[in-house]
Design a protein around this ligand. Structure first.
Ligand code: WT7
Length: 629
């Protein structure tokens, strides 16, 4: 275990909102409901709650009886203050254009978008699928859904047709919001074309709303529009009805806000369900305390709003706190590997929130690229998505943060909605650990009976008590919710991670214990990748494992059994890789494919991926008593 300790500098400590982790944690642990109620009362509610928590394990309800709308706190609340004319969003395109929005302007655009959604018949409770490139309208569309009480289901623009189709079907979306395309590395990503293919097979969809992006610059591109189904956003937004007032729909705090699909043990993605009230409180409180956001700050999260990081820490939390944020459309290495450092110096970014994979990737280009830019505006750094290896941590700290900026390594999940384990700026850091659970969060490392394991030993990372931004259920599948999260260890939420605790109570995440592989911080299920492979006519069976990778954290290796009459060879391997790319997502393409005669299975027919992995890594293969032969 790493023994390096980085205590907060005097400057960091002086500016810190919370000066003592121990003090606040102790108070929160003594009365978590009181702690969260105090955090919640910093926000505006249309009606107050009558009860903070109702806990019918494993189902929690927070702020019962209260009425609110998260968008009211993101936008409308600020219009009554000087922040009305403060910059909310600074957007930079890959080619270097800028679009800036004050809180006033963002409110106006969200209202307009909300009116257009209503004009297409969208109502409270409807599911709306959002499949957008990284442009301001991505955030505007999401906020507009929430404003009218519709439930957004955002699908990351890197997912392909089948994945999009499956998620539209599961949510039974009435409406899909997309763009005519997106730009990435100068190439056009044909989002509308993918939507057309996905929607053709999705009977629930009544309308497709298309935001103009690529045809503004490439009028030569023809975007087929289906009469009566497809609508250009700019045409509807120009109608007089679009500029009418559109107040926030008053929501019950437990009314659904969004569904976000994520991967797990099963082949089908799980719809994680979050609600207006508790999620809002979790996002607001964690962002304020961990990043110690200040009114004069410029904050930049490099994620895409299509993932939970983007939902909580781009779409919602920065606006909940009235912050100014930067959004960048393109690739980090466009046109050169100093694009990020250039953005930081040109736009004066104070807080940079990114991922270990991105840091490792940029690290490989050397220090000359960041050294060419003035990074002195930075005050604080953040990391998320997978354990950050100490080498990347130290590089980030020294080369980017100039040994001045603390790194907030934030551990959380799509399911948790907001940060769970993370330092506060006042906490002493150790490279490679997210330190301790935040105030109000009760987590531990335990054995299968729920007993804490001795210090330094691996165990299950679990959460003992409900927290406001927790998922409420899996969409349309409460039984699976119980089974996946609340059945492995009695009485507690299992995160799926294994971890150990050190002598200071710091939690070191070891990795996933289930069939999830984190590739570049993206969460993929082995079963999803396998089922994409098996949908190829040459494949009879497939098994996937994660192997350590220098930049991506993990890479996928697939073992494939071919159907009779198909020839192994590099051509087929390339074809299978592309097949996974087009049927699931480019991120899921296996780095290596090995054609085998058979896969190791248990007598009950389950593939023993553990054996494949042990063999690949040259480790002892362990207990094989359940192996078929
Ligand atoms: C899984 C959740 C939460 C936003 C992005 C990922 C891993 C996440 C860390 C971290 C070590 C981390 C865990 C977790 N993870 N952050 N700081 N240190 N591991 O969300 O896709 O739902 O994945 O990501 O394994 O369970 P997600």
């Amino acid at each position: 275990m790493e023994q390096d300790l980085y205590p907060p500098s005097a400057e960091t400590l002086e500016g810190a909102r919370i000066k003592s982790y121990d003090e606040v944690s102790k108070r929160a642990a003594a009365d978590p409901e009181d702690y969260w109620a105090r955090e919640a009362s910093e926000l505006e509610w249309f009606e107050p709650w009558t009860q903070v928590l109702d806990w019918q394990p494993p189902f929690a309800q927070w702020f019962l009886g209260a009425r609110c709308n998260i968008v009211h706190n993101c936008l409308d609340r600020h219009l009554k203050t000087w922040r009305r004319n403060k910059l909310a969003l600074i957007w930079e395109s890959e080619t270097g254009e800028h679009r800036n929005f004050s809180y006033f302007a963002l409110h106006r655009e969200v209202t307009r978008f909300a009116n257009v959604l209503k004009s297409l018949g969208a109502r409270k409770g409807d599911r709306i699928t959002v499949y957008m490139p990284r442009i301001p309208e991505q955030l505007i569309a999401i906020l507009a859904c929430a404003r009218i009480g519709a439930i957004h289901s955002v699908i990351f623009g890197g997912f392909s047709v089948d994945a999009l189709h499956e998620r539209i079907m599961d949510a039974e979306s009435r409406l899909v919001i997309t763009a005519d395309g997106g730009f990435m590395n100068e190439k056009v990503v044909p989002l509308k074309e993918m939507v057309d293919q996905a929607v053709r097979k999705s009977p629930s969809v009544e309308a497709v709303l298309v935001v103009r992006r690529v045809t503004q610059q490439r009028p030569d591109l023809k975007i087929p529009m289906e009469q009566g189904r497809d609508f250009w956003y700019d045409e509807l937004a120009a109608l007089p009805i679009a500029t009418r007032p559109c107040p926030c729909e008053p929501m019950d705090s437990e009314d659904p806000l969004f569904i976000l699909y994520t991967s797990g043990t099963t082949g089908r993605p799980k719809g994680i369900l979050h609600v207006h009230g508790g999620y809002m409180v979790g996002a607001y409180s964690t962002f304020k305390n961990v990043f110690d956001i200040r009114d004069e700050d410029r904050y930049w999260c490099t994620a895409d709003a299509g993932w939970v990081t983007g939902h909580t820490y781009i779409v919602y939390a920065p606006f909940l706190t009235g912050a100014t944020q930067v959004m960048y459309e393109g690739a980090p290495s466009f046109p050169y590997p100093d694009r990020w450092w250039s953005i930081i110096s040109r736009l004066g970014v104070n807080i940079l929130y990114s991922t270990p994979t991105a840091i490792r990737g940029l690290m490989r280009y050397g220090e000359a690229w960041p050294d060419r830019h003035d990074l002195s505006s930075l005050r604080l750094l953040g990391s998320v998505g997978e354990p950050i290896n100490p080498e990347a941590w130290r590089w980030f700290h020294r080369v980017i943060g100039k040994e001045r900026c603390p790194i907030m390594d934030t551990w959380w999940q799509t399911e948790t909605g907001s940060f769970m384990i993370s330092p506060l700026p006042c906490v002493a850091l150790k490279p490679g650990t997210a330190t301790r659970p935040l105030p109000g969060i009760d987590m531990d490392v335990v054995d299968e009976h729920g007993n804490p394991v001795p210090q330094g030993q691996d165990g299950y990372l679990v959460i003992r008590k409900p927290w406001p931004s927790m998922l409420r259920t899996l969409y349309k599948n409460p039984d699976l919710y119980k089974q996946v999260y609340w059945s492995k260890v009695p009485g507690v939420y299992t995160t799926g991670d294994s971890a150990r605790k050190d002598e200071d109570g710091y939690i070191w995440v070891v990795g996933r214990m289930d069939d999830v592989i984190k590739v570049s911080g993206y969460r993929l299920g082995t079963a999803e990748v396998e089922s994409a492979l098996v949908s190829h006519p040459a494949v009879a069976e497939a098994a996937c494992i994660g192997l350590p990778h220098e930049v991506k954290g993990n890479s996928i290796k697939a073992f494939v059994v071919l159907r009779e009459g198909h020839e192994a060879g590099p051509e087929l391997e390339d074809e299978l890789r592309d097949h996974v790319g087009t049927h699931l997502s480019k991120i899921a393409r296996p780095d290596a494919i090995e054609i085998v005669d058979k896969l190791p299975k248990t007598r009950s027919g389950k593939i023993m991926r553990r054996l494949l992995k042990a063999k690949e890594l040259g480790q002892p293969i362990g207990d094989t008593s359940t192996l078929e032969d």
